[in-house]
Structure formats: structure tokens, C-alpha cells
Write a protein that binds this ligand. Structure first.
Ligand code: BGC
Length: 356
């Protein structure tokens, strides 16, 4: 059944390819295959990863493959993402990858693309009720489990009141991260949840206010914080600092950003989750190039889209937990530069951690 659909799509794609074969653009390198890949990143504020890690990794992957590409950023505006998508389609992209800002707007973009014979890929975030041909991401439930386990390792067996600061309610990943973390922490009977809230659009500034409220409601009697990514962790740490508790209360994170890793080295953050942009961008490039060539992409499983009642063929990579002992690994892997991590006051921590 799937095969028939793929053949039909491949024929539609073939027609589009012959139209698009001429276009190269700002982003593209020398092209060895017909067709062009468009990628739309979500924003610059929910995490520094999109511009500092994903964009350069995607550029490198597409350049290596010699395929034409264009990468744009929707700046947190779903309408802008739709406009960018229209522009890319008009410009002849044959494969469009998006990191959706919410499932509804993502699904609309994908439907429009499909109606013009353009294949689509969900990059990092699954579009619920969408029609992406593939989903390329990390195993996001495992990300949450690593965060939960990381917090438990930092807290130990002692009784602890825990606050949960989740990611955006419109991001399916945030749901999976939280579920994964709860699956580890809820069964530990010495821990008590004393507050939980989602942060709209992963907004770091709103996170400060939200966390301060939760912290105050709990009377400051908080021993651990689940923060869904490094940006939110930074917001939490600022309030803990204000209350003289930074470094006393373990906080989780995600993305292995420079800020998150610095906080880990300084002892104010307990862990982060490293998701190699090089691997994820490489997997996206592989899948996109297969589609450009009218082939099927290699996958390692499927992901359930309960809203769309379908299984989306997926490439799911394995995330890694990072603590003080393993920060060096992220540097050795080339994901952050020692000179950035070890700037200013952090030089001494880097030295202690053997990072140079
Ligand atoms: C990504 C995280 C990121 C967050 C905010 C999630 O969908 O998986 O890596 O921190 O969005 O951008």
C-alpha cells in the first residue's frame, strides 16, 4: 500500500524535478543531483541549538553531498514559516524539511507541499496529524528518561520535592521528554512533585516568571528541578541564584549548549542531554537526498502519530546523558569549542575537567 503511494509520489516528484533542475541559490554548493532541499528551522530563542549547531551541521552535510539547498529560520512565527515554505516551493525545492512550531501549522505546510508534489520530512519534531514522508530525530522518550535518571542520580535516595518545568505545550517532543522523565521519577517514592508547568514556546523569559511562581508556591522547599532544556535550566538557575540555592538544587537540561555545559562545570546544573547535531543533520541529509533521487530512505523504525492515526517511517538516533565527568566528550566530539566553553571565569572549571 505504502509502496503504491511512493510510486505515485515518485512520479509526481519526477515531474517537479525536471522543472527545478536549473535552480541553485545562496545556500547551495555544486550540485551532483537534480532537485533541491529546503529546511525551515523554528526560531532563534527556544534554544541556541538551531542556529549554532543545526544550521552549520546541515550546511556541512548538504555541501558534502553536493546537493542544492536552502535553509531559513521562521523566527518563532508560524505564519512566517508558511510564507517561507510557499517561497521555497515556488523556488523549486523538491524536498521540504521543517521543524514545526505547532502541529496544526506544520500539517498545513506539509499538505500544501504534497499537493505540489514536494516531499516533506519532519526534522526533530513530529507533526501530529501531518503528512511527512519521514521523521528524523532522536528518541525523545529516551531523552526524557535520561533527564529523569540524571536528576535521580543527582538527588540520591533522600526525600526531595521536585518541580517540573516542561517545554512548549505545542511541541510533541516536550510531551515525550516530560513523559520519559516522569516514567523514571514517579516510581521513586521519596520524591514528591510540588509543581509542574509547561513553558509556552520554550520562552526563557516566561520560564523565569513561571518558575519563580512555582518556587514561591512551594515555599522555596524544593530539592530538585526537572527543566526540559538548557535554556529553561538557565532560567531556573537565575531564580535559584536569587534565593541563594544555586548549586544546592540539581537542575536538568538538554542540548549540551555552551551555557548548559558551563553551568554543569560550575555545579549549578546537574546534567544535560547531548544530541549530536552532526548525526541528526547527517540523517536528515541522507533521507532528503534519497527523496530527491526518488529512492526510499533508510529508516530504523516508525513513530506513532496518534492524531493522524499512522506510523511515520523514522530515523531515531540515540541521545547521551552528560554530567560533569563527561562534558569533555562534547568538546572532543567537536560540538562545542573549548575556547567558547572555557571563556572567562570558566577557564578554571575547564582546567579541573581536563578540557583545553
Ligand atoms: C528540541 C530540543 C530543543 C527544544 C527547544 C525541542 O523540540 O528537541 O532540542 O531544546 O525543542 O527548541
Amino acid at each position: 500500500m505504502k509502496r503504491t503511494r511512493n510510486i505515485v509520489m515518485a512520479l509526481a516528484l519526477g515531474a517537479t524535478l525536471s522543472l527545478a533542475a536549473c535552480g541553485s541559490d545562496d545556500g547551495g554548493g555544486s550540485s551532483s543531483s537534480d532537485g533541491k532541499i529546503g529546511v525551515i528551522l523554528p526560531d532563534t530563542k527556544s534554544s541556541v541549538r538551531w542556529e549554532s549547531a543545526d544550521r552549520p551541521a546541515l550546511e556541512a552535510a548538504f555541501e558534502d553531498a553536493g546537493v542544492d539547498y536552502t535553509i531559513q529560520n521562521a523566527e518563532g512565527d508560524a505564519e512566517k514559516m508558511a510564507t517561507i515554505a510557499d517561497g521555497m516551493i515556488a523556488d523549486g525545492v523538491t524536498v521540504l524539511a521543517i521543524v514545526n512550531l505547532d502541529s496544526e501549522s506544520g500539517a498545513a505546510i506539509q499538505e500544501k507541499a504534497a499537493s505540489q508534489g514536494v516531499k516533506t520530512i519532519d526534522y526533530d519534531r513530529l507533526t501530529l496529524g501531518g503528512s511527512a514522508d519521514y521523521y528524523v530525530s532522536f528518541d525523545n522518550t529516551v531523552v526524557g528518561e535520561l533527564q529523569g535518571q540524571g536528576l535521580a542520580d543527582c538527588l540520591g535516595d533522600e526525600a526531595a520535592n521536585v518541580i517540573y518545568l516542561n517545554g512548549s505545550p505545542t511541541d510533541n517532543n516536550a510531551t515525550l521528554f516530560s513523559a520519559g522523565a516522569h516514567s523514571v521519577l514517579d516510581p521513586i517514592s521519596s520524591y514528591t512533585k510540588v509543581g509542574e508547568q509547561a513553558v509556552p514556546d520554550w520562552d526563557n523569559e516566561q520560564a523565569v516568571t513561571i518558575f519563580e511562581q512555582l518556587y514561591t508556591q512551594a515555599g522555596g522547599d524544593v530539592q530538585g528541578v526537572y527543566a526540559a532544556n538548557d535554556g529553561l535550566a538557565g532560567s531556573v538557575i537565575s531564580i535559584l541564584e536569587k534565593n541563594g540555592q544555586a548549586g544546592q538544587v540539581p537542575v536538568t537540561g538538554q542540548d549540551a549548549t555552551v551555557e548548559g555545559l558551563q553551568n554543569i562545570l560550575a555545579g549549578t546544573q546537574c546534567m544535560t542531554v547531548y544530541k549530536s547535531a552532526k548525526l541528526e543533520a547527517g540523517a536528515l541529509a541522507d533521507a532528503a537526498i534519497a527523496l530527491v533521487n526518488g529512492d526510499e530512505a533508510d529508516t530504523n523504525g516508525t513513530t506513532e502519530d496518534a492524531e493522524g492515526d499512522r506510523e511515520v517511517p523514522s530515523v531515531l538516533l540515540t541521545p547521551e546523558s552528560i554530567t560533569k565527568d563527561s562534558v569533555k566528550k562534547v568538546v572532543d566530539d567537536g560540538a562545542v569549542k573549548a575556547e567558547d566553553l572555557c571563556a572567562g571565569d570558566f577557564a578554571q572549571f575547564c582546567e579541573e575537567a581536563g578540557i583545553s
